[in-house]
Write a protein that binds this ligand. Structure first.
Ligand code: NDP
Length: 419
């Protein structure tokens, strides 16, 4: 019996909303609040009559803390699920503190205007101190820990697939398979084909910024940064086949390095086809990935935002995408003094997702864990005052829920490793 306020109404939100409505025993009431209310109303119309969950909608600017807090006070939810954009994380956390509501998101804070001098100063200090240059990091949200503790509220950070399920896989491996984990390789394989020469599977701005940034990994207590796409491996994924994958910086490396005791190395690899990479390099070379506004015909435009307007809407890829994803973690370590290697992973089929909730697998693999994280917090199973990443909670209820809500996982006890 829980009431959830969902902020954002894009690709990931749509899946989370469908899943909450399938799970109406827990989510008796939801409110969908986003920038464009017509999108919220369209989903409400689509689901009403097919679910026992009562759905309300609202227009909200998620950068407006006062308006958010007022909405939270009037709706009085048990928790807020932030599936808008990482730019809004801090505003929504501030509003949760003001209104006294638990907080869940799927991606860590990123500044929308990376030329903002106040943000740049802190960013550049962090680059020097920590040694990675990604525009996003956990420091901004971890800094809220004391405030959430004092308010008796839980903030659950990164309840998507990666981060999210990969974080839970890590806690599960540590709890059930290892005395110590030495290395973690997170593999994100999308074997799906949407038939377009170039499109991104989730928000293009966030996706292209992530992929075009330098890669980095954690080894022996420090970050090692490498030029974008400069470490390449091939891996043979179960149910997908052989794919090229590249080492990227990814946000869960930062929290796992802190929360998995004694871990020596953590890397993240994502698969990309050659066509995607060629398009991305070209767009980067001509300046289309820039976040710095340029003046065009008397108007200020941000190149990457203009590009987003030209690219296919990720939400429209669902009907066209065929194939499967295989996402998981290879763990090596010691158990009872013996070396051990396992791969915990999920395989998800784009077309099956589309038939079930009208979305492709990338939105599905993020929206399902977003619902599960919100459920565990709202039910009180994962409540602890403060700001936490998913690997800091007991993984078992989350792992059970993955099997129940559409993302069944497997453990391969003899996987190929990545060199
Ligand atoms: P979309 O761009 O499809 O959706 C974002 C939604 O947020 C849109 O509905 C948009 O409104 C709304 N929004 C944006 N700005 C505001 C604002 N100021 N006020 C209110 N609403 C706003 O993105 P996705 O669904 O693809 O991604 C959602 C989140 O999930 C992102 O944070 C992304 O980083 C994260 N993610 C996490 C993954 C994981 O595995 N952990 C994987 C994939 C994504 P409008 O409709 O008007 O544009």
């Amino acid at each position: 019996m829980a009431k959830l306020l969902i902020i954002g109404c894009g690709g990931v939100a749509s899946v989370a909303i469908h899943k909450c409505c399938q799970n109406s025993e827990v989510f008796t009431d939801i409110m969908i609040a986003s920038r464009t209310k017509s999108k919220c109303d369209a989903i409400k119309e689509q689901l009403e009559g097919k679910t026992a969950t009562k759905i309300q909608t609202a227009q909200i600017d998620a950068m407006d803390v006062a308006a958010l807090a007022a909405l939270m006070r009037s709706y009085a939810p048990d928790a807020v699920l932030n599936v808008a954009l990482p730019y809004q994380d801090l505003a929504i956390m501030d509003a949760c503190l003001e209104a006294g509501v638990h907080y869940i998101d799927t991606a860590n804070y990123e500044c929308e205007d990376t030329n903002d001098p106040a943000w740049r100063e802190i960013y550049e200090k962090r680059c020097k101190e920590l040694g990675f240059t990604a525009f996003f990091d956990y420091s901004w949200q971890w800094a809220y820990d004391e405030k959430f503790k004092k308010s008796g509220l839980t903030a659950l950070l990164g309840s998507g697939f990666d981060p999210g399920v990969t974080s839970v896989f890590s806690a599960y491996a540590l709890k059930h398979y290892f005395d110590t984990i030495e290395t973690i390789d997170i593999l994100d394989c999308n074997g799906g084909d949407h038939g377009y020469p170039f499109a991104t599977n989730f928000n293009p701005e966030i996706n292209l910024r992530e992929v075009s940034a330098p890669g980095s990994y954690w080894e022996d207590g420090r970050w090692i940064e490498i030029p974008a796409m400069s470490i390449h491996r091939e891996y043979d994924f179960a149910e997908v086949g052989k794919k090229d994958m590249y080492l990227l910086h990814h946000e869960e490396i930062e929290s796992l390095a802190k929360n998995i005791p004694g871990v020596r190395r953590i890397r993240f690899f994502m698969t990309f086809g050659q066509s995607y990479l060629t398009h991305m390099r070209c767009l980067e070379n001509v300046g289309m990935l820039s976040t710095t506004p340029v003046e065009f015909n008397g108007q200020q435009i941000v190149p990457i935002q203009f590009l987003k307007a030209l690219l296919p809407d990720p939400a429209s890829l669902g009907p066209r995408t065929v194939g499967k994803t295989n996402i998981g973690c290879i763990f090596t370590g010691l158990n009872d003094g013996k070396k051990k290697t396992i791969y915990i992973y999920n395989v998800c089929d784009h077309q099956e997702c589309y038939r079930e909730v009208g979305s492709q697998a990338i939105s599905y693999t993020t929206g399902v864990p977003a619902m599960i994280g919100a459920m565990l917090v709202a039910q009180g199973k994962w409540q602890k005052p403060g700001v936490y990443n998913l690997e800091q909670f007991d993984p078992d209820p989350f792992m059970d829920a993955l099997n129940r809500w559409g993302l069944p996982w497997k453990v391969d006890e003899n996987p190929a490793t990545v060199e």
